[in-house]
Write a protein of this length. Structure first.
Length: 198
């Protein structure tokens, strides 16, 4: 599968490398492509619009402060593509960051994942039993299936946590944020978290 990674910071760059190791064809974006090319051996380095056009699935991981700008740069090329939102809004809200992104780009298939724990935790737990849970939030079947497949490819266990509004559970201030959850405990932890969702 062709995967575009928008935002090649610590999380985006790590996910890009793992996607490439898993056999996917990966393109990453950067404001400093020359510097990134040296770090991203074997991956394509492109502009945001080019990577968005390249990917069948896009991992969306810019800083929240530049998320709207990144969406604006992808206009016209993300229609009907799966967008995996790995961002965390800077300020808690009664609307999830995922819901904001869906409002800004309703033409894409959006899901939330890869935003609850640090890359250090992901690296330590990747592929080791018991598998680490990656919660998926989406109202879109196509996005849910594609996101779950990539989560499995990278060595984690996808667990559906609810629709776009449930992404509040995983974002800044949410009860699933920074929780390292084994897949065997995922349902109980999610049930407890859901009691605070409004």
């Amino acid at each position: 599968m062709r995967i575009g990674v928008i935002g090649a910071g610590q999380l985006g760059g790590t996910l890009a490398r793992w996607c490439a190791e898993s056999g996917h064809d990966v393109a990453v974006t950067s404001r400093h492509p020359e510097r990134l090319r040296a770090e991203m051996d074997g991956m394509r380095v492109m502009s945001v619009p080019q990577a968005a056009a390249f990917g069948d699935v896009l991992i969306f991981s810019p800083n929240w402060s530049s998320a709207h700008e990144a969406i604006d740069l992808t206009r016209g090329v993300i229609a009907d593509k799966v967008m995996i939102d790995a961002t965390n809004p800077d300020v808690p809200d009664d609307i999830s960051g995922l819901e904001h992104l869906m409002d800004w780009a309703p033409e894409a298939h959006w899901a939330k994942a890869f935003n609850t724990v640090s890359t250090d935790v992901l690296s330590r737990r990747r592929g080791h039993d018991p598998l680490l849970t990656e919660y998926v939030c989406t109202d879109d079947r196509v996005a849910r299936e594609a996101t779950s497949m990539i989560i499995r490819d990278l060595g984690f266990a996808p667990v559906y946590a609810g629709g776009a509004h449930a992404a509040l559970l995983t974002e800044t201030g949410g009860p699933l944020r920074m929780r390292e959850v084994d897949v065997k405990d995922a349902t109980d932890v999610l049930a407890e978290a859901l009691t605070v969702l409004h």
